[in-house]
Design a protein around this ligand. Structure first.
Ligand code: ZN
Length: 154
């Protein structure tokens, strides 16, 4: 990884890890899901409020975990708020591909969101951290799909 990118990566992860955004529950959530990454001990719950047009009106998380899992969850809530479920699924595909190298890259034009998500790609350097970075996204997907429990093993 280039030094510049590594610095950005560390800066963003540290910032979100220390000051997570949307770290709360949503009282009138329409669904939620619990996610866990037993390899690291990361545990979180993602709350989702969808409106009738399938737009994510509110999204938040609570839980505990390592800096990367918390930072990734924090970024997730910022990025998918106001998006439709379809758009959120595109972002999920993008993140999953970026972090794991598996699956197909999203064909959606994610615009500036793709740049912001780029910092998460740093985890590819640290395979043991990939599940930390993807946990919140798997949990989001579980919440979208009706609140099943998610595990980063899936
Ligand atoms: Zn972790």
């Amino acid at each position: 990884m280039m030094d510049e990118l590594r610095e950005l990566y560390q800066e963003v992860i540290l910032d979100h890890g220390k000051n997570p955004r949307n770290f709360r529950d949503v009282e009138d959530a329409t669904s939620h899901a619990h996610g866990s990454n037993p390899l690291c001990g990361d545990q979180l719950v993602v709350y989702l409020k969808l409106n009738l047009d399938e737009v994510i009106e509110d999204v938040s998380f609570v839980g505990k975990g390592c800096a990367i899992s918390v930072a990734s969850a924090s970024m997730m809530t910022e990025l998918v708020r106001g998006k439709t479920v379809d758009e959120a699924n595109d972002i999920f595909d993008h993140v999953h591909h970026m972090c794991t190298g598996e699956g197909e890259p999203s064909t959606a034009n994610l615009g500036p969101d793709a740049d912001r998500l780029g910092v998460l790609s740093g985890v590819r350097q640290f395979p043991v951290r990939v599940k930390c970075a993807t946990l919140a996204w798997h949990t989001l997907k579980a919440a979208i799909e009706g609140g099943e429990d998610a595990t980063s093993e899936a």
